[in-house]
Design a protein around this ligand. Structure first.
Ligand code: PEP
Ligand code: MG
Length: 580
């Protein structure tokens, strides 16, 4: 029973029979048309765009009825793309100038266009290639009139194994009500397919590299979306174990849903604020639905990682206002763009190559050197502060001077907006992320000049342990449980307390239930995490006493190794909530 490891995009456990999807893409013959047929081909093309647009709109509507308009907005990318005349024009030119058939011209253009996305440095943009493929298939279906029925012809509930799945394929499969889960060779956690899977609660593991060559249709598969593992043809005891776990998880899900409107409060009455992390405004609702009482991290750089040039001030203002409106009376912490490292923007090849991008012109450093991009962002954030409880946060601060410079630019922007007659909150809280060892060591100084600090453990771990967070070859060395990390976190919390400045934590560690008791014991009262993690973390908080959590913290801080920390935390967590 071989086991393959991949990336979790949607938690949950499922066991069932596999169906391996045909990985062949539609092959379009190279076909030229006589000159007098060119107008006909152009009409075919025009109709194809119109029909694909109608298809997408209908798909969005059906999906919205099933999963809510926010999730269905994912198809907005397709709609915007199809309505942009540029692509239509370029495909049309291939028909008029090269006399390609409408189908061949579409296929040539779409493949080139998709390849550009695939070659981009940013994983986020690479994954947009999947949306492009989706559009390509729809257009080709329209121009060639071919239909692919296989997705809807499932008789039994199955686990789909594919090289990759586009958002449309996933939605089509989901509508058959026969989709138990899926596993793919390609894909990553930020793809739209992943977002849809998580939103629908479909267990999935992606990025398995070559799962399609190891599985045949009819094999039994376990998708262990808790550990990012796929087991092919499990033995009897594994089947029994996973069947029980799937049932247990289902029970837990029901119990967790019931917690939604209850406070995250320990048994002895200590309240912890659980906030959501988002990349796009439409995710706010999902966070609130899971019980978040605000947004603790809006990763605005994702707005800059879409196609083309950076978003304008107005476009950003709209995005921030959308998020403020959705969050209502709750706080919305907008982090200024954290570009660089693994998150680059702009057309392919325009982001300057760096030997060590994580140690290079990243985040606040990039912003301070690119005021023509930074200032419009600050203006948009400040303007949005007129509408709600907006707070601003600067990422990757590694020295006090950076914080001072960023605050200085912010003050200039505020003066400017005041002169221009804009309304905004003059007392908008200003925070800094603590995600470098330098910031953690000098947290007290940072606290003196901020309204709040937020510990970004994702980066703090990579910089402290010298482990690239994106390099799978050293992934086993990347851990929040290393004593050095825990001591840095403890130090920041103490420094914040001394300066009476609130300290929160917004790295992935905040959403890992294994660390909840420890973080509460260490004194954290605000944790910000991906929406899906909120219920489990809340459940643990509601099952503990502060005194117990403080005892756990003392013990954990006495350990010398990561292994001791993890074993102990596993035992303590199991005591309050069995195996999670
Ligand atoms: C972090 O580093 O912990 C963090 C929250 O920021 P990001 O993951 O966006 O780098
Ligand atoms: Mg970070």
């Amino acid at each position: 029973m071989p086991l393959r490891r991949g990336t979790i995009v949607s938690t949950g456990v499922v066991i069932g029979d596999a169906v391996v999807l045909d990985t062949e893409e539609t092959r379009v013959p190279r076909r030229m048309v006589p000159v007098d047929q060119v107008p006909h081909e152009l009409t075919v093309l025009e109709h194809a765009f119109e029909a694909a647009t109608r298809d997408i709109a209908a798909e969005r509507e059906r999906f919205a009825a099933r999963a809510g308009t926010e999730l269905a907005d994912i198809f907005g990318f397709h709609e915007r793309w199809l309505s942009d005349p540029k692509a239509r024009k370029e495909i049309g030119l291939l028909v008029t100038e090269k006399h390609y058939s409408a189908a061949y011209a579409t296929s040539v253009f779409m493949r080139r266009y998709r390849r550009r996305f695939q070659e981009m440095g940013s994983p986020f943009l690479q994954e947009r290639a999947r949306d492009i493929l989706d559009i390509e298939r729809r257009l080709l279906h329209q121009v060639s009139g071919e239909t692919r029925h296989e997705l809807t012809e499932l008789d039994e509930p199955v686990i789909i194994v594919a090289h990759d799945l586009t958002p449309s394929q996933l939605v089509t499969l989901e509508q058959t009500k026969r989709l138990l889960g899926f596993a793919t060779d390609a894909g990553g956690p930020t793809s739209h397919t992943a977002i849809i899977a998580a939103g629908l609660g479909i267990p999935a593991v992606v990025g398995l590299e070559n799962i399609t060559s190891h599985v045949s249709s009819g094999d039994t598969l376990v998708i262990d979306g808790l550990h990012g593992v796929v087991i092919i043809n499990p033995n009897k005891s594994q089947r029994a174990e996973y069947t029980a776990q799937a049932a247990h998880l289902q029970e837990i899900r029901v119990t967790l849903d019931e917690l939604r409107d209850l406070h995250a409060e320990t048994k002895d009455g200590v309240r912890v604020r659980l906030l959501g992390n988002i990349e796009f405004p439409y995710e706010v609702n999902e966070c609130l639905a899971k019980g978040a009482t605000g947004i603790g991290l809006f990763r605005t750089e994702f707005l800059f990682m879409q196609e083309g040039s950076p978003p304008t001030e107005e476009e950003q203002y709209k995005a921030y206002c959308d998020a403020v409106d959705a969050v209502g009376d709750h706080p919305l912490v907008i982090r200024t763009m954290d570009l660089g490292g693994d998150k680059c923007c702009g057309p392919s090849g325009t982001w300057e190559h760096e030997k060590n991008p994580f140690l290079g012109l990243r985040s606040i450093r990039y912003s301070l050197q690119n005021l023509s991009i930074f200032r419009p962002q600050l203006r948009a954030i400040v303007r949005a502060s007129a509408n709600g409880d907006v707070q601003i946060m600067f990422p990757l601060v590694s020295r006090i001077m950076e914080l001072r410079q960023a605050k200085f630019v912010l003050s200039l922007v505020m003066e400017e907006l005041e002169e221009e007659g804009y309304e905004f909150c003059g007392k908008m809280p200003v925070g800094a992320m603590v995600e470098t060892p330098a910031a953690a060591i000098c947290a007290r100084e940072l606290a003196r000049e901020t309204d709040f600090l937020s510990i970004g453990t994702n980066d703090l771990i990579q910089y402290t342990l010298a482990v690239d967070r994106t390099n799978e070859r050293v992934a086993q060395l990347y851990t929040p449980a290393d004593p050095s990390i825990l001591r840095l976190i403890r130090g920041v919390i103490k420094d914040g307390r001394r300066e009476e400045v609130a300290v929160s934590l917004c790295g992935e560690m905040a959403g890992d239930p294994l660390f909840t008791i420890l973080l509460v014991g260490m004194g954290l009262r605000t944790l910000s995490m991906a929406a899906g993690n909120i219920p489990r973390v809340k459940k643990i908080i509601r099952s503990i006493n502060l005194t117990d959590a403080e005892r756990v913290k003392r013990r954990v801080l006495s350990f010398e190794t990561e292994r001791e920390v993890l074993n102990y935390l596993r035992d303590e967590t199991r005591k309050v909530w069995g195996d999670i």
